[in-house]
Write a protein that binds this ligand. Structure first.
Ligand SMILES: [Zn+2]
Length: 248
């Protein structure tokens, strides 16, 4: 599988696009989360409007969700015909239906089928031969982290929020885990400190940890402290630079 890190920023950071990634496998292509600036990143990466088979949304915060109307609108204008699957919680399905109705009032059809796959905590689904597993994190909104297993490699993404024992299970033996990280050691409500992600990644044998979503006022400082801490962790840790590729 190949990862394209579309964005690595938090909600309001003008310097870094919203946290979002493309997962490209020979079975399917998934976009993980869809904030407004993530959509612009996607179209910088590709002009193939049928590239994505499925969009997965972790939770109902705007920096992960509000790009959906722009994504669908652009696909409509560029005449995509291929069905698009949206994988999300039941609440998010309602949110997306309401959001798209509001965003471009008068557009009732995109010219391609949109199919929802509703998922929940501890659920597993098969999508085009990819085994997808979901587990809740402790974010302020209901957030489901995802594990993508193509039979050869494992790619995981946290969305937002601290992990618990159940969340950790889906990160086990990940070839890459894209994890949010708000501060270096300070634990702010609904988010994770880098020092805690390091320990969890060691426990779960994570082979590469890609960190993003740093709180903007501390972005430079947190990056520096993470970089300095890497040798002592014994982990492979990277910053998910926008539009960089990573092969697993
Ligand atoms: Zn959030």
């Amino acid at each position: 599988m190949k990862i394209i890190f579309l964005g690595n920023g938090e909600a309001f950071d003008e310097r870094y696009p919203n946290h979002s990634h493309l997962v490209i496998s020979d079975k399917a292509v998934l976009m993980l989360d869809c904030g407004d600036s993530a959509v612009r990143q996607l179209w910088k990466y590709t002009k193939d409007y049928s590239l994505i088979d499925a969009l997965y949304i972790t939770h109902r915060h705007s920096d992960h969700l509000f790009g959906v109307p722009a994504l669908l609108g652009r696909m409509l204008e560029e005449e995509r015909k291929k069905e698009l699957t949206i994988i999300c919680s039941a609440q998010l399905k309602t949110d997306i239906e309401r959001l798209t109705e509001h965003a471009y009032f008068g557009i009732n059809s995109y010219g391609f089928e949109i199919k929802f796959v509703v998922v929940d905590d501890k659920q597993q689904v098969d999508f085009n031969g990819l085994k997808l597993s979901f587990a809740k994190t402790g974010h302020t909104a209901y957030n489901l982290a995802i594990r993508i297993d193509d039979g050869k490699n494992i790619v995981c993404y946290s969305g937002d929020g601290p992990f618990d024992d159940e969340t950790e299970k889906i990160y086990k033996d990940a070839d890459i885990l894209m994890h949010e990280c708000y501060m270096f050691e300070k634990r702010l409500p609904g988010h994770v400190a880098a020092v805690d992600v390091f320990e969890m990644a060691k426990r779960q044998n994570v082979k590469c940890l890609a960190l993003g979503h740093f709180k903007r006022a501390f972005n430079d400082e947190t990056r520096q402290r993470v970089a300095e801490a890497i040798p002592a962790t014994g982990l492979k840790i990277i910053f998910s630079q926008p539009l960089e590729e990573y092969e697993v």
